[in-house]
Design a protein around this ligand. Sequence first.
Ligand SMILES: NC(=O)c1ccc[n+]([C@@H]2O[C@H](COP(=O)([O-])OP(=O)(O)OC[C@H]3O[C@@H](n4cnc5c(N)ncnc54)[C@H](OP(=O)(O)O)[C@@H]3O)[C@@H](O)[C@H]2O)c1
Length: 176
Amino acid sequence: MSNRHPSGPSLVFVVAIAENGVIGRAGGLPWRLKSDLKYFRSVTLHKPILMGRKTYASIGRALDKRTNIVVTRDRAFAAPGVLVAHDLPAALAAAEGDARRRGTPEIAVIGGADLYAQLMPWAAKLLVTRVHARPEGDTLFPRIDPAKWRETERREQPAGPGDDASYTLITYERAV
Ligand SMILES: NC(=O)c1ccc[n+]([C@@H]2O[C@H](COP(=O)([O-])OP(=O)(O)OC[C@H]3O[C@@H](n4cnc5c(N)ncnc54)[C@H](OP(=O)(O)O)[C@@H]3O)[C@@H](O)[C@H]2O)c1
């Protein structure tokens, strides 16, 4: 990973985080946010998407019109429509090759906490849905250090039909 090429595709995290840092509960999401799922789709379509095996399990299927790359240490793991990688360098190499073939400059990292924590040093951009709720949960996103990340966009979203809470869409770009 330390040999990632500076002109190669950049890593973009896509993550919904509650005000208390929670991103997951009991293997799933602690809220229902139908409109945010549409946003998630729009920012990940036609890109390679990188996820941990537990996040894949919570989704339960490959997402369409994206190259699904699942990271697991389980050599026996296989699932329809997904590429399997057994370590992060292999996952990143697969994602970079796919991004080049698709002509997209971005690889979307879609979680979960384990993957976000390991890849955080290489992330260039964070697309954060800040969910205005404080649910109980067992999975947390690391604190976004304001010395390292600069907010470049912010859009308030009222709760629509099918949404448990209002939220703010925030883009952070690496400052240093
Ligand atoms: N709010 C959000 O935006 C959001 C987004 C994504 C997920 N989530 C939530 O987050 C939770 C899941 O997150 P999580 O942190 O528990 O799990 P995760 O990151 O999705 O998956 C962890 C698994 O990935 C594999 N893995 C991780 N690092 C690896 C490495 N370096 N090499 C090989 N394999 C590796 C291992 O799979 P094996 O055990 O198979 O070896 C590990 O158990 C769920 O509740 C989900 O709903 C929330």
